[in-house]
Design a protein around this ligand. Structure first.
Ligand SMILES: *[C@@H]1O[C@H](CO)[C@@H](O)[C@H](O)[C@H]1NC(C)=O
Ligand SMILES: *[C@@H]1O[C@H](CO)[C@@H](O)[C@H](O)[C@H]1NC(C)=O
Ligand SMILES: *[C@@H]1O[C@H](CO)[C@@H](O)[C@H](O)[C@H]1NC(C)=O
Ligand SMILES: *[C@@H]1O[C@H](CO)[C@@H](O)[C@H](O)[C@H]1NC(C)=O
Ligand SMILES: *[C@@H]1O[C@H](CO)[C@@H](O)[C@H](O)[C@H]1NC(C)=O
Ligand SMILES: *[C@@H]1O[C@H](CO)[C@@H](O)[C@H](O)[C@H]1NC(C)=O
Ligand SMILES: [Fe+2]
Length: 679
């Protein structure tokens, strides 16, 4: 009796306390020191928890409810059903405080018109349950972050670019020992403003955030091929930790580079655009390789589609925070991609390019790209708007035995234009005794066997205007991005395989840095409805795995290997000898581990189901696949799941699609024939 009564009292008090208690939301610590520091977010007293309850992440704290940086559902916490839980988040320094809010969203409030780029409804903000204190980076907003290096025109120099919260002068001090940073260079800060963005979302309250101040300076008179230590800051604002890099050596016999395109970043939250978990692996493996190189110099070349911020300002910050471990150690070079630049009013838009050059830049019109990077050379073009000039378009540099040329496929590259003249003059003036190999890089490919229908005309124009220059001037290798796959071509000219790279450059598509939507491989001409994607003669190897290319060269040989993110191993290799000979590593199973070819792992099958296309005109999606919506302003389609597709067909489809090994190679035993599936 007494027991029963006390239970009654107890349950009554629980009832009343939970009915009256407000939901609470707390954060700790409330002061962070630099990007990547972790905050622990705890909540309690959530009444009748629902799996639509969510946590909004805001910066600055006065952002309106709809204008979050990102969000997470509370159900990621194991105890969410009991009305309490916690989430830990690494935060990137956005030079403003953060704050957090919990909202209840209900089924009836799901608005299928208010969606992210993937057509997922964005959570509703009608019912605020709790708000938190602010989390601040305090004085650390004045510290240099997002540090990245680049070559300069003069080989005994290195450029460094970084971001801080205010525009006061900063310095880089540097030297050959950690405790002797005797040299100093002043860094000037510049910034850009919302009014200089060309379109939405970059110029809206949703996408725009204060980008801070971008600083740039040059470390000069560096001794060749030695480790240099450097630190950034000022007496007033404090100093960064000490970083180091190996200086450039014009007389180096060897060249080492990591090359890929189309890499964004991962975020620990959902946001308005899809972010890339895969990009973390790309960064991880490249870091492993850089560390293994010790004091040997190397550099990175990211061939366009950088960060995929597309107008959501803070994604650039997340991106630079993610690549800093690499980019503060080795030069990080870039080419301009459609997602940095394309905007409706872009000044060069010939009729044939009307549907090619769309609004893929999310209104940035190349401004963050032009200001946040400083490449060698001085190419620039007007945007035709209030936006500053577009920079870092085309430039070249030598590294060891290789002359590298980076070009822009987003601005005029046709004969008669400024860029064409630059390319022509550059290729004609290469000293082949010094650099027997020439590598050209640009974003959109001249060759691909993916069904990139939208870009057919641009490929034709590139073949017509640029290929003759490449052929005549004996370009060794052309590397491209944009298609989110790895594909290696035979030495090729005018769509025909040649025997040597002299007169038939090898082409590689290396857009496999982390983006997971892409057009299928091209279909059989007579079976557009039921594609098996046969691999054309000129395509030597193609795969759907993520990863990056490793380039190694000396005076005699240039080797490129494809490293897969799933295992960090080499899956394809091609060697180009100074004589002109091209040796396909994948065809020779007896070679060193460098040319080992492994079968595609099981996860590839799953990643295939996420595939879609960058092209609005793709007709090749399997009929039985489920289309779940148009994503992105440039008209991508997301394919989720292979639906009713029969299993046998799926296997054939996947094998032809992903492993893509050339039939007739010595790895034939690993090739899963798809022929029997061709109905
Ligand atoms: C959490 O809730 C979201 C939104 O309702 C749902 O999509 C997701 O599957 C849930 N996750 C878990 C682990 O329950
Ligand atoms: C937030 O505050 C800053 C100044 O502190 C102001 O410039 C900005 O317009 C405010 N934003 C909103 C959404 O109120
Ligand atoms: C959070 O910061 C904003 C200004 O950025 C301020 O108005 C607000 O009072 C702060 N909130 C708390 C709980 O300190
Ligand atoms: C963004 O840019 C577009 C195109 O110039 C313009 O029409 C629009 O008014 C701008 N939006 C804002 C908020 O400035
Ligand atoms: C750009 O650089 C080239 C070569 O270094 C030089 O000839 C040219 O004058 C420069 N142009 C401008 C506008 O600075
Ligand atoms: C390219 O090949 C086509 C046939 O495939 C041929 O008609 C054309 O003349 C060739 N062009 C050159 C420049 O060799
Ligand atoms: Fe692209």
């Amino acid at each position: 009796m007494i027991v029963n009564f006390s239970i009654f009292i107890l349950s009554l008090s629980i009832f009343t306390s939970s009915a009256n208690a407000e939901a609470t939301l707390s954060v700790s610590p409330t002061t962070l020191k630099r990007s990547g520091d972790i905050v622990n977010i705890e909540w309690s007293n959530i009444d009748s928890p629902s799996d639509l309850d969510w946590l909004g992440i805001y910066s600055p704290p006065n952002s309106s409810h709809d204008h979050f940086i990102g969000y997470k559902f509370l159900n990621v916490s194991a105890t969410w059903k009991d009305g309490f839980g916690s989430i830990t988040l690494p935060l990137t320094n956005l030079r403003s405080d953060y704050t957090f809010r919990i909202f209840r969203w209900t089924q009836s409030e799901i608005d299928t018109k208010h969606t992210d780029h993937d057509q997922n409804p964005l959570p509703g903000t009608k019912h605020l349950l709790a708000g938190s204190e602010n989390v601040t980076f305090g004085n650390s907003v004045d510290k240099a972050e997002q540090i990245h290096l680049a070559f300069e025109n003069k080989p005994n120099r290195m450029q460094v670019t970084f971001v801080a919260g205010d525009g006061e002068e900063r310095f880089v001090r540097y030297g050959q020992a950690k405790d002797m940073l005797g040299n100093s260079a002043a860094a000037r800060g510049i910034r850009y403003d919302r009014e200089q963005m060309c379109n939405a979302p970059a110029n809206t309250t949703v996408g725009w955030r204060d980008p801070g101040w971008i600083f740039h300076t040059v470390m000069k008179n560096l001794n060749p091929a030695v480790r240099n230590y450097y630190q950034i800051g000022s007496e007033a604002k404090g100093w960064s930790e000490i970083y180091s890099f190996i200086s450039r050596d014009m007389y180096a016999q060897e060249t080492r580079a990591f090359i890929f395109g189309d890499m964004g970043c991962a975020t620990p939250y959902n946001t308005f655009i899809r972010t890339q978990e895969e990009s973390k692996s790309t960064v991880k493996w490249i870091l492993r390789d850089i560390e293994a190189l010790g004091d040997k110099p190397s550099f990175v070349s990211h061939i366009g589609d950088i960060s995929y911020a597309r107008g959501y300002s803070w994604v650039w910050d997340e991106f630079f925070a993610q690549i800093e471990p690499i980019a503060s150690k080795v030069p990080y070079h870039v080419c301009i991609g459609n997602h940095e630049y394309d905007f409706p009013a872009q000044p060069w838009k010939p009729d044939w390019a009307a549907s090619i050059y769309g609004n893929d830049g999310g209104g940035e019109c190349g401004v963050p790209y032009s200001l946040k990077f400083n490449m060698p050379g001085n190419s620039s073009e007007s945007t035709g708007t209030k936006a500053p000039m577009t920079r870092n378009l085309y430039y070249s540099y030598d590294a060891g035995s290789v002359h590298f040329l980076s070009i822009s496929t987003e601005t005029n590259f046709l004969e008669g234009g400024t860029q064409y003249e630059f390319i022509k003059q550059d290729l004609e003036s290469v000293n082949r005794n010094k650099t027997p190999f020439v590598v050209v890089q640009g974003h959109r490919p001249m060759y691909t066997t993916s069904n990139e229908v939208r870009d057919t005309t641009i490929r034709q124009k590139m073949l017509e205007h640029l290929e003759p220059l490449f052929v005549k001037n004996e370009v060794t290798l052309a590397m491209w991005g944009h298609v989110h796959r790895y594909e290696r071509f035979c030495p090729i000219s005018n769509n025909t395989c040649g025997k040597q790279w002299k007169g038939s450059p090898v082409h590689l598509v290396v857009g496999m840095g982390g983006q997971d939507w892409q057009a299928n491989w091209a279909v059989r001409p007579n079976h557009p409805d039921l594609p098996i994607f046969p691999q054309p003669e000129e395509s030597m190897y193609r795969t759907g795995e993520f990863g990056y290319a490793r380039l190694v060269a000396n005076k005699h040989k240039l080797t490129v290997s494809f490293v897969g993110n799933h295992d960090g191993e080499v899956h394809d290799t091609v060697e180009m000898l100074a004589s002109g000979e091209v040796i396909s590593g994948s065809k020779d199973g007896t070679k060193t581990s460098n040319s080992a070819v492994a079968p595609a792992p099981a996860w590839d099958v799953n990643s295939g189901s996420k595939d879609n296309s960058e092209s609005p005109n793709v007709q090749t999606v399997p009929t039985s696949a489920t289309l779940v919506g148009k994503s992105e302003s440039d008209g991508s389609w997301v394919v989720k799941g292979v639906g009713l597709m029969v299993m046998g067909l799926v296997l054939g489809f996947v094998a032809g699609y992903f492993t893509g090994m050339k039939k007739g190679s010595s790895s034939r035993s690993r090739w899963i024939p798809v022929k029997s599936e061709e109905i």
